[in-house]
Each structure stands twice: as structure tokens, then as C-alpha cells.
Design a protein around this ligand. Structure first.
Ligand SMILES: CC(C)(COP(=O)(O)OP(=O)(O)OC[C@H]1O[C@@H](n2cnc3c(N)ncnc32)[C@H](O)[C@@H]1OP(=O)(O)O)[C@@H](O)C(=O)NCCC(=O)NCCS
Length: 156
């Protein structure tokens, strides 16, 4: 992937094992029930589309992970450092992720989002995703209990 300055003043490049600590820091700052280190390393081993956004100083400020196969692609994760939000970085990552999915012969892009995650749902709707299903009690909550997942999709 070419390094290219773009929206949000970031450049996108493939995630490597050297990025895992920074990715985990952003994941833990951004998700109510964060992924473990093992989950991030599994994605690297699986050779998914694992991408980080870096700022002008080379610091990782966001990441996104896409899996694909059988004509479908799935956004497995996308998180932006809380200090760097509302600069268009997630939009930039999702545009690149949709290009990557098309290159991998995917016709449809799916994702799951917590029903209460208004920021992400607004972003996805803005990018043309629509709700296709609801999974009740899919996500664990930090203090116990469960939260519904909305499944969203868009054609590519
Ligand atoms: C959701 C998230 C990835 C958005 O990242 P971001 O870089 O701030 O998003 P962008 O700046 O690209 O925003 C693009 C659009 O999304 C919508 N949006 C983003 N954050 C929003 C918020 N807090 N409230 C309402 N709309 C929001 C807006 O339409 C925004 O466009 P605008 O800024 O021109 O109004 C980020 O808030 C995040 O990391 N959240 C925690 C992790 C998470 O929920 N990931 C998604 C899991 S499914």
C-alpha cells in the first residue's frame, strides 16, 4: 500500500507486529470490551487487510481490519485514537477498506456495531451502509449484561 497524505493529515500503511502495542493502546482507549493482544496478532497471522493510520510524526493514531472471502468482506475492527477523532480519519480508513474489499472481489461489505454506538452508526449510514439484521444480546458489556448488535451492509 502506498503511503499517501490525505484527509485527517494521516498516512495509511500496512500494520506490522511492531504496531501491536500502539494498536492495543488505541483499542483499549476506544472500546468498552477491548480485543486482546492475541486477537490482534491472530489478525496479522491471518493476513487480513490490517492497516494503520499514522500522523506526521509516524505515531499510530488509528487502525482498521478487514476480512474477505466468498464474495463478502467484513469490517472486523476500526478504532481512532480519542484525541484524533472528528478529523475524517475513520472515513479515510473506510474508503481505503472498501477499495481493498473490491480488489479482493467482494461484492458486499458487512459490519457489526453496538446498538448504542451512535458515532459509528452515523458514520456508517453516511457511507451508505444500511441495517440488515439485529443480533440480540450479542456484545458483552463492561459491567456485565449484554448489548444488541446491529448488522449493517452495503454493496461495493
Ligand atoms: C466511530 C469512530 C471510528 C469514528 O472515527 P472518527 O475518525 O472520529 O470519524 P470521522 O472523523 O471520519 O467522522 C466521519 C463522520 O462520522 C460521523 N461521526 C463520527 N463521530 C461522530 C460522533 N461522535 N457523533 C455523531 N457522528 C459522528 C459524522 O457524520 C462524521 O462526519 P462529520 O465529522 O463531517 O460530521 C470513532 O469514534 C471511534 O474510534 N470510536 C470507538 C471505536 C468504535 O466504536 N469503532 C467502531 C466499532 S463498530
Amino acid at each position: 500500500m502506498a503511503l499517501a497524505a490525505d484527509t485527517g493529515g494521516v498516512m495509511l500503511r500496512p500494520m506490522t507486529a511492531a504496531d501491536v502495542a500502539a494498536v492495543l493502546r488505541i483499542e483499549r482507549a476506544g472500546q468498552p470490551v477491548p480485543w486482546t493482544e492475541g486477537m490482534v496478532r491472530d489478525c496479522l497471522r491471518a493476513e487480513y487487510w490490517n492497516t494503520v493510520a499514522v500522523d506526521a510524526a509516524g505515531e499510530v493514531v488509528a487502525f482498521a481490519i478487514l476480512s474477505s472471502g466468498g464474495g463478502d468482506a467484513h469490517v472486523l475492527n476500526i478504532v481512532v485514537d480519542p484525541a484524533c477523532r472528528r478529523r475524517g480519519i475513520a472515513r479515510r480508513l473506510l474508503d481505503a477498506l472498501m477499495d481493498a474489499a473490491r480488489e479482493r472481489a467482494s461484492d458486499q461489505l458487512f459490519l457489526e456495531v453496538r446498538a448504542g454506538n451512535t458515532a459509528a452508526i452515523t458514520l456508517y449510514q453516511d457511507l451508505g451502509f444500511a441495517e440488515v439484521a439485529l443480533r440480540r444480546g450479542y456484545y458483552p458489556q463492561p459491567g456485565g449484561g449484554r448489548e444488541d448488535a446491529i448488522i449493517m451492509a452495503r454493496a461495493l
